[in-house]
Design a binder for this molecule. Structure first.
Ligand code: NAD
Length: 292
């Protein structure tokens, strides 16, 4: 069994990006610029945004945080998005989700200029991804494919079972894996809360990608010997022994599943760090397009 070290790979990617940014500086060019909009004071979101801004700094990007209180109106948010859309100095920006219930997330995503949509969540980017056209791909799914690629894990002709059908993980990762592409060509089964015989389906998988948000959801009797398991789940569990009062759990019963696997991602340190690395890569891509 080999652990897929997402922290190590994400650091490698960050170094590659930092090198490109320093090459740009040597050519007298400005660094890429990312803006992050955050609404309210959700602890998880604030931590994610802080980590994204720190990662920007590490690779030499300029980042700007635009914070609104919980009671911001949808109109105010849409106006801010328009300002960023029109600012040529901003290469890409994201709106940290979730948003408060009085704001329509779909409306917000659609308002973003899709060239600057470095989260890859705009319907144009999602549609292009389905058609297999060049576009900005959402960060977590591309991070998963990058991990498989860098560990030399073949997807061509393999049976991949994706558990979870969210717009940010399940659907886009399944879409990437079925593309006629060298990181695709898999046979994909998408499972969700109404799937029957989940255990049997999982037992026929070469690769299982689980994004459900329930700790210990994937148990050893659902995994065949030699399978690859990618754990996307992130759930905070109260833990008084930790400095911040919680620990993070994935969706896999790691201790019992890992011995059966050929490869497995840990939580933390698996898919999570890749999501930020792919956001940086998307921002660099948007910058290059913006410079053309
Ligand atoms: P979600 O929370 O929107 O939805 C959960 C999915 O699980 C649904 O599609 C549902 O159909 C499925 N599901 C629920 N119960 C099920 C069951 N009994 N059998 C089969 N499927 C079932 O999904 P999400 O936004 O993709 O988040 C899933 C997890 O991944 C969460 O823990 C989230 O925090 C985490 N996540 C991690 C990253 C990362 O960077 N590592 C990124 C995004 C999400």
């Amino acid at each position: 069994m080999q652990i897929i070290d997402g922290k190590y790979i994400s650091n490698q990617i960050k170094q590659e990006i930092a090198q490109e940014v320093s090459n740009l500086a040597m050519q007298g060019k400005r660094p890429p610029r990312l803006a992050v909009i955050i609404v309210g004071h959700n602890g998880g979101s604030e931590t994610y945004v802080a980590n994204k801004m720190k990662a920007c700094e590490q690779v030499g990007f300029v980042s700007t945080k635009i914070a609104f209180e919980e009671d911001v109106t949808e109109q105010q948010l849409l106006e801010q998005i328009q300002v960023l859309n029109e600012n040529p100095q901003i290469d890409g920006f994201i709106v940290q989700l979730p948003l408060p219930p009085h704001i329509d997330e779909h409306k917000v995503m659609e308002a973003i200029d899709y060239h600057k949509d470095v989260d890859g969540l705009h319907p144009v980017n999602i549609g292009k991804a389905v058609l297999g056209l060049p576009c900005i791909h959402s960060a977590t799914p591309s991070g998963i494919l990058e991990l498989l690629f860098r560990y030399g894990i073949e997807t061509k002709g393999k049976h991949v079972v994706v558990i979870g059908r969210s717009n940010i993980v399940g659907k886009p990762v399944a879409n990437l894996l079925i593309q006629k592409d060298f990181l695709g060509n898999a046979t994909v089964t998408i499972c969700h809360s109404y799937t029957q015989n989940l255990r049997e389906i999982c037992l026929s998988a070469d690769i299982i990608i689980v994004a459900v948000g329930h700790p210990h959801f994937l148990t050893a009797e659902m995994v065949r010997e030699g399978a690859v398991v990618i754990d996307v789940g992130i759930t905070r569990i109260a833990d008084a022994t930790k400095k911040n009062g919680y620990r993070v759990s994935g969706d896999v019963d790691f201790d019992n599943v890992a011995p059966k696997c050929s490869y497995i991602t840990p939580v933390p340190g698996g898919v999570g760090p890749m999501t930020i690395a792919m956001l940086l890569r998307n921002t660099l891509h948007a910058y290059k397009q913006n410079q053309k």
